[in-house]
Ligand binder design. Sequence first.
Ligand SMILES: Cc1cc2nc3c(=O)[nH]c(=O)nc-3n(C[C@H](O)[C@H](O)[C@H](O)COP(=O)(O)OP(=O)(O)OC[C@H]3O[C@@H](n4cnc5c(N)ncnc54)[C@H](O)[C@@H]3O)c2cc1C
Length: 474
Amino acid sequence: VALSRPGEAFLDATKAVVGPQGWIADPAEQERYLIDERRLYRGRTAIVLRPRSTEEVACVVGLCHQHRVAIVPQGGNTGLVGGSVPNEAGGEVVLSLARMNRILDVSPLDYAMTVEAGVVLAQVQDAARAVDRLFPLSLAAEGSCTIGGNLSTNAGGVNVLRYGSARDLVLGLEVVLPDGRVWDGLRRLRKDNTGYDLKHLFMGAEGTLGVITRAVLRLFPLPKQVVTGFAGLVSVAAAVDLLSRFQAATGGRVTAFEVLPRFGLDLILRHIAHTADPLTDAHPWYVLFDVSSGEDGAGLTQAVEGVLAGALTGGILRDATLATNEAQARALWRLRESLPEAQKPAGGSIKHDVSVPITRFAELIERAQAAVQRLIPGVRPVPFGHLGDGNVHLNFTQPEGADTSGFLAQWGAVNHVVHDIVHELGGSISAEHGLGRLKREEIVRYKSPLEIELMRSLKATLDPLGIMNPGKVV
Ligand SMILES: Cc1cc2nc3c(=O)[nH]c(=O)nc-3n(C[C@H](O)[C@H](O)[C@H](O)COP(=O)(O)OP(=O)(O)OC[C@H]3O[C@@H](n4cnc5c(N)ncnc54)[C@H](O)[C@@H]3O)c2cc1C
């Protein structure tokens, strides 16, 4: 179906729906809705629409359907694959959910919270904590990303190994379908086997099947204590071994287990203010971990210390430190979270967001580093991230003094080399960021034709006009 550019009649009708505070046509004011987080894409649009309610979203989407105008849903615009911004042609409208930011209901007894799609993730975490509950989704963009974006990208973050990714944290959804009808799936049931589980279609769909307007989120008991530590190791294989020892000794209570290389720590210490090396000597690899418990008492710390002592004598571990208060724990986490920022001054970085079974994690890093070194001698690998769930951000910083644009021109070739290895090891080329625009073509190389066909037929069934976030995912 041929799509149309937004005409005067369409623009007048949508403005009337959202009211004077609900739209932006001035290009300067639109700017922040049009450039993606990584500054890879800069789009154009006739109008940014900012509805306040499900009813307004439904009317706007209905008008888009009637006028054949394409829609790009947007939350916090922190996505890393270019999914949340319109294309350069100017014919797509941006539908920002940012003003739908109310927490509608918190039920500690049901361990559930009902929120609008535009609520910022950190506010959900705070609201849960206020009633002695935990909403475990946690990522460095949590101060600005929204629940609607988290669910639409099926976001991961640092607690996936214990609590699952965003789709595991949802009981019910409300979605405005591409023709403007509203699907009310806002149930708060733990058990509901009444046919296909439709909510899962919209999670991870990156806005290509409908607009998520509300969600019922799952809450968990708030841990009474969290032991945070930082360890230096000889190898990634040793880190995998350490994780397994922790899980066995604590009954699976590891809630975060992040890995970073020495070069990554060097960048942090050099470029991020007020940071210090937590250990005395330098080590090839580090892990940052949280082990949590619902019980008070010294048992958890003793278990963690026992594992560390065993690993030290077993030659797995070189050194480690445990935070003794919250400020120290925060300082350790700040190191990990500032790594993406610390990479920037070192020049261009070719990025990957991949996952493999944990048993293949060390092999992946070893093989990918060697293969990319062969392609670009002197390249500086910065593989870091969520070892606990098998997800690594396998980034490569340009060789010292290299020409940045010449280096970045090899992005596609490097991607192929790394993704081929990931595929051979039974992994995924997008562990948590999604496909968006960045990996739309790359995925066709790795997913089976049957899976691609099924994805396209779902898209055609739900969005036959193709107005929902065109050019993304499929
Ligand atoms: C510093 C930093 C760290 C990050 N760390 C992580 C991490 O650890 N794990 C991780 O998974 N991601 C991470 N991200 C990526 C990003 O924060 C997540 O993808 C986040 O879930 C996006 O939320 P958002 O509200 O910003 O969505 P946006 O960027 O606005 O949108 C993302 C996608 O969802 C669609 N969308 C947004 N809202 C809706 C809606 N209501 N209905 C339908 N579609 C919608 C958009 O069209 C787009 O395709 C990080 C990003 C940054 C900048």
